[in-house]
Design a protein around this ligand. Structure first.
Ligand code: ANZ
Length: 819
C-alpha cells in the first residue's frame, strides 16, 4: 500500500522543481506582469516561525497570479548589513562577513525546503559590493540634488550601540534595536531631506488608503504630522540694547493678544543668543538637566514644568506689550522654530508653566467656562473673542485665525504657514558593517561626491576588536583607507568615515531585483516601469513608519531623478500578524520559543504552512499553542488519498458526472478567487476542506471514484492546495496522471452555469410570523418577489381585513409585510 510519506515527497519534488525553474520571471514575456514582494530577511541565524508565516501567506497570491496567467516577479534576497553581524564579529573575533554569509546560506537552504516560489536567479545581498555600489551611487545623486546634506544638530545617541539613531528608531525614548535609553548629542551628521517630500508623502496616502491597512496609513499621517498655523515674529531686546527678531510657530495666531510670555527651547542655539549675562550661568546649569530627558518626557503634559528666565523681554507685535522670555525643555529645539508664544489661558502646558513661575495669564476667548486665570484649567474650545482688539466679538476659531493672519501679513509681522512633524532622516552611523558614505572631504573643494566610475567605495577589511564601538566610526582608524586624493583637484583629502543606516539599503532594494546583475546602472528603468510598482507587498507592521516611509521617499526622489515613472513603491500592502506562543511573543527569556526546523521535521513543510495560513485571517496574530499542525497533516493526507482513489477507480462513470459535486467544485473555485483577491486565505482552506468532504461523500455514496466529476473535484483540490501545500499538491497532481509542475498549470475555469442555484426559498412574514414559503429564482427582482408574495393564496387569506402599510423586500430571501 502507498502511504503519505512527507519526507519522501519533499525529497522527491525539491530537485524536480529546481529543474523546472517555474518561478523564473521572464522580462520579455507578453503576459501581463505582476510584482509580488515580501520583506527580505536579516540574516541572523536560521529562519524562524515569523518568516514561515509571512512566506506562506505571501506565496498564496504569487502562486495564484501565476496560475491566473500573469508573468510574476517574486524575488528574494538579504538585508545583510547591520549591527547583529558586527556584534557577533566582535564577540567571536572574526569578520562580520563570516556570520552574515554563513547565515545567508543556511536561510537559503531553509527557504528552498519550505517550498517558496521565489525566482532565485535574482537574489542579492545588500552587503555585496555589487549592490552597495549602487546604494552609494544613489547617495551621490541625492547629494547632487541637495537631498543628502550634512548638518550639526542635537541627535539621538544610543549609548549601548555607540551610534546615532534616526527619530524613527527611537521608540518611547529607547533605542528601537537594543532598548537602551537614548540620549542627545550635538554632532555633525548626514541627513536625507525627507521633509522636501512631506506634503507629497502625506497626499499620496489618500491613494494608498483603499489598499493599505488603515493603521499603517494613520501611523504615517501622524508621523508626517501636518499642522496649519502661522509664523509670528517678535522683537526681543537683548542685554546689549540690540534687537533680535525671533519667529515662533503657532497653530493659534488668533490667541496672540493673550500671549503673555515667550519660551524658547533651552537646548536651541537661540537660547544662548538671547540670554542676558546675568542669567547665562543659570541657563547652563539647566541645560545639564535637560540633556538627560527624552523628547517624549519633555512633551508630556503631566510633567512638572521647569525652565530659566533668560532675562530679556520681547514685544508682543499686536499689543506692543513687553513680555518676558524664558527657556524651557517643554519646547523642542527641532520642532517648528524652536520658540513659542505662550498663551497660558488657552494652552495647558503654557498655563502650567505660568503657574510654576508666576507669569501672567490673560483670557482672550470666552468659552462660557470658568476663567482659566482663576481655575488654572486652560480652555481650548470655540467662544467669543475678548481683549483681542480687532478680533473682539468674533465667535469662530477658523474666522479668528484667518483674520489674525491677515492682520499679521498686512503689517509684515507674520505669515500663514504649514509645519510638519516629519524631520529629515539622519542616515549616518558610526559603525563598520554598512555602506561607506561615498564622500571625500577636501581642504580645497570641500565635500566631494565620489564619481560613479570610482564606486564602490569598498569597506576595508576589519574584524574583531577593530570593530568595538568607540563612539566614532571604526573606519576612522584605518589611515590608509581614510587618506585618499580628492576626485576634483587630485590633492590630498580624507574619506568620510561614517556608514549608512541599513534602512538606506532597504529603501531601494525592490528596484534592484528588476535587473540585479546589471553592472552599468542601479536598475533598468524601462523594465522597472514595466514591472512596477509592486502589486502586493507583504510584511509586518513593525515597519509601518520606518521602512515604508523611507521607501516611499526614495521612490519619489528617484522619480524626480528620472529613474522611474511611478510615484509610490507599493500599490497594496498586507500586514501579517505575529506568531505567538501561549499568548506571548516568543522569546528566549520566556522560554516559549518554537523552533521552525523542529516543526518542519515533525509535521512536514506543508502541514506547517497550512497551519499558519489556516489559523486566522492574515492580519491577526496566531498563537501556536492554539493550533494543531497534526490535524493539518491529517487533512492533507485525506486530500492526498482522494488522488489515489481516482487513479485506481474502475467501472463506468455516470454520464456527464455527478452534478451536485460539480456544483460544489465550481462554487469553490469561484469563491476561492474572490477570497484570494481579498486575502481571506484561511477561508480558502476551509472551503477546500469542504470540497474534500463533499468529494469523499460522493465517492462513498454512489457515484464512485471513476466519475469525471470526482476527478474534476480532486484536481481542483490539488490546484487550491498548490497555493499553500505545494508538496502534497504536486504529489496529487502526479498521481492524477499529470506531468510534474502543478505551479505552472492554468487556474481552472469556472462554468457559470454550475453556479446558478435552481431555486431558493423566500419567506413571507406578516407581523413577524411566517405565512408562506415560496420557491423562487435566486436572481429574482424585488418587484417580482413582492408580486409573488402578494399573489400567494395563504398570504391573501392572512391579509383579509387588514391594511398593508409597507412591504419590505429583501430579494431573494424575505418579504416582510407591515400591517
Ligand atoms: C500658541 C498657542 C495657543 C498654541 C494655543 C496652541 C494653543 P502642533 O499642532 O503639534 O503643530 N509649539 C510650537 N512649536 C513648539 C515646539 N518647538 N515645542 C513645543 N511646542 C511647540 O502644535 C503646535 C503648537 O504647539 C503651537 O501653537 C505652539 O503652541 C506649540 F491656545 O502657539 B501654540
Amino acid at each position: 500500500e502507498v502511504t503519505y510519506d512527507v519526507e519522501a515527497i519533499q525529497a522527491k519534488w525539491l530537485p524536480v522543481w529546481e529543474q523546472l525553474d517555474t518561478f523564473r520571471a521572464d522580462d520579455n514575456s507578453s503576459r501581463e506582469k505582476k510584482y509580488a514582494l515580501t520583506m527580505f530577511p536579516y540574516p541572523s541565524g536560521d529562519l524562524h516561525m515569523g518568516h514561515a508565516e509571512v512566506m506562506a501567506l505571501h506565496d498564496v497570491k504569487s502562486r495564484f497570479w501565476r496560475m491566473k496567467g500573469y508573468e510574476v516577479l517574486n524575488p528574494m534576497g538579504w538585508d545583510s548589513f547591520g549591527l547583529p553581524a558586527e556584534n557577533a564579529a566582535i564577540k567571536n573575533d572574526e569578520h562580520p562577513a563570516k556570520y552574515t554569509y554563513g547565515n545567508i546560506e543556511t536561510q537559503y537552504q531553509s527557504f528552498k525546503r519550505y517550498g517558496t516560489s521565489f525566482d532565485w536567479s535574482r537574489r542579492f545581498n545588500t552587503s555585496d559590493p555589487e549592490y552597495y555600489k549602487w546604494t552609494q551611487w544613489l547617495f551621490t545623486q541625492m547629494h547632487a540634488k541637495g537631498l543628502a546634506y550634512r548638518k550639526n544638530s542635537p541627535v539621538n545617541w544610543c549609548p549601548n550601540d555607540q551610534t546615532v539613531l534616526a527619530n524613527e528608531q527611537v521608540v518611547d525614548g529607547a533605542c528601537e534595536r537594543c532598548g537602551a535609553e537614548v540620549t542627545k548629542r550635538e554632532l555633525t551628521q548626514w541627513y536625507f531631506r525627507t521633509t522636501a517630500y512631506a506634503q507629497e508623502l502625506l497626499d499620496s496616502l489618500d491613494d494608498l488608503a483603499p489598499t493599505w491597512p488603515s493603521k499603517v496609513v494613520n501611523a504615517q499621517r501622524n508621523w508626517i504630522g501636518r499642522s496649519e498655523g502661522a509664523h509670528v515674529t517678535f522683537d526681543v531686546t537683548l542685554d546689549s540694547g540690540e534687537t533680535e527678531k525671533v519667529t515662533v510657530f503657532t497653530t493659534r495666531p488668533d490667541t496672540l493678544w493673550g500671549a503673555s510670555f515667550m519660551v524658547v527651547a533651552a537646548d536651541a542655539e537661540l537660547a544662548n543668543t538671547l540670554v542676558s549675562a546675568a542669567q547665562k550661568q543659570a541657563l547652563e546649569d539647566y541645560l545639564v538637566e535637560v540633556r538627560k530627558a527624552s523628547d517624549i518626557d519633555r512633551l508630556a503634559t503631566d510633567r512638572p514644568k521647569s525652565g530659566v528666565d533668560l532675562g530679556v523681554t520681547a514685544t508682543n507685535p499686536v499689543t506692543g506689550e513687553q513680555i518676558p522670555v524664558w527657556a524651557s525643555d517643554y519646547v523642542l529645539a527641532d520642532y517648528g522654530t524652536g520658540a513659542i508664544m505662550a498663551v497660558p489661558a488657552h494652552d495647558q502646558r503654557d498655563l502650567d508653566f505660568a503657574k510654576a513661575f508666576d507669569l501672567p495669564v490673560r483670557r482672550v476667548i470666552d468659552t462660557g467656562e470658568e476663567n482659566p486665570e482663576e481655575t488654572f484649567v486652560a480652555t481650548t474650545g470655540n467662544g467669543v473673542y475678548v481683549n483681542s482688539g480687532p478680533l473682539d466679538g468674533l465667535e469662530d476659531k477658523g474666522t479668528g485665525i484667518r483674520k489674525a493672519i491677515e492682520i499679521l501679513e498686512a503689517d509684515e509681522r507674520g505669515t500663514g504657514t504649514v509645519n510638519f512633524r516629519l524631520r529629515d532622516w539622519l542616515l549616518s552611523r558610526q559603525r563598520y558593517w554598512g555602506a561607506p558614505i561615498p564622500i571625500v572631504h577636501c581642504p580645497v573643494d570641500g565635500e566631494v561626491a565620489v564619481p560613479a566610475e570610482q564606486l564602490p567605495v569598498l569597506l576595508p577589511d576589519l574584524k574583531g576588536a577593530d570593530l568595538k564601538p568607540k563612539g566614532t566610526s571604526p573606519l576612522g582608524g584605518v589611515a590608509e583607507w581614510v587618506n585618499t586624493t580628492c576626485p576634483t583637484c587630485g590633492g590630498p583629502a580624507e574619506r568620510d568615515t561614517d556608514t549608512m543606516d541599513t534602512f538606506v539599503d532597504s529603501s531601494w532594494y525592490f528596484f534592484r531585483y528588476i535587473s540585479p546583475q546589471d553592472d552599468t546602472q542601479a536598475f533598468d528603468s524601462e523594465l522597472a516601469n514595466a514591472w512596477g510598482p509592486v502589486d502586493l507587498y507583504v510584511g509586518g507592521d513593525e515597519h509601518a513608519v520606518l521602512h515604508l516611509l523611507y521607501s516611499r521617499f526614495f521612490t519619489k526622489a528617484m522619480r524626480d531623478m528620472g529613474l522611474v515613472t511611478w510615484d509610490e513603491p507599493f500599490s497594496a500592502y498586507l500586514s501579517q500578524g505575529k506568531v505567538l506562543n501561549q499568548g506571548r511573543k516568543m522569546s528566549k527569556s520566556l522560554g516559549n520559543g518554537v523552533n521552525l526546523g523542529d516543526q518542519l521535521d515533525q509535521f512536514g513543510v506543508d502541514a506547517v504552512r497550512l497551519t499558519l495560513v489556516f489559523a486566522s485571517p492574515p492580519e491577526d496574530n496566531i498563537d501556536w499553542a492554539d493550533v494543531s499542525p497534526a490535524s493539518s497533516l491529517k487533512f492533507l493526507q485525506r486530500a492526498w488519498r482522494l488522488s489515489g482513489d481516482v487513479t485506481s477507480a474502475a467501472g463506468t462513470p455516470a454520464e456527464g458526472g455527478d452534478v451536485t459535486l460539480r456544483r460544489v467544485t465550481h462554487k469553490t473555485i469561484a469563491d476561492a478567487e474572490q477570497l484570494i483577491e481579498n486575502h481571506r486565505y484561511n477561508v480558502v482552506i476551509a472551503r477546500t476542506m469542504e470540497l474534500v468532504n463533499a468529494t469523499r461523500k460522493a465517492i462513498d455514496s454512489g457515484c464512485g471514484a471513476a466519475d469525471p466529476a470526482v476527478r474534476e473535484a480532486v484536481e481542483t483540490v490539488a490546484t487550491l492546495l498548490s497555493l499553500i501545500a505545494p508538496y502534497t499538491a504536486e504529489e496529487m497532481w502526479e498521481r492524477l496522471g499529470h506531468a510534474p509542475g502543478i505551479a505552472a498549470v492554468a487556474w481552472p475555469t469556472v462554468e457559470e452555469a454550475l453556479l446558478v442555484e435552481d431555486t431558493v426559498t423566500a419567506v413571507v412574514q406578516i407581523k413577524g410570523k411566517v405565512k408562506a414559503r415560496l420557491d423562487v429564482a435566486p436572481d429574482i427582482s424585488e418587484a417580482d418577489l413582492e408580486a409573488a408574495a402578494m399573489a400567494d393564496a395563504g398570504v391573501q387569506r392572512a391579509l383579509e381585513g387588514l391594511t398593508v402599510r409597507k412591504v419590505i423586500v429583501k430579494a431573494p430571501k424575505l418579504v416582510n409585510i407591515v400591517v
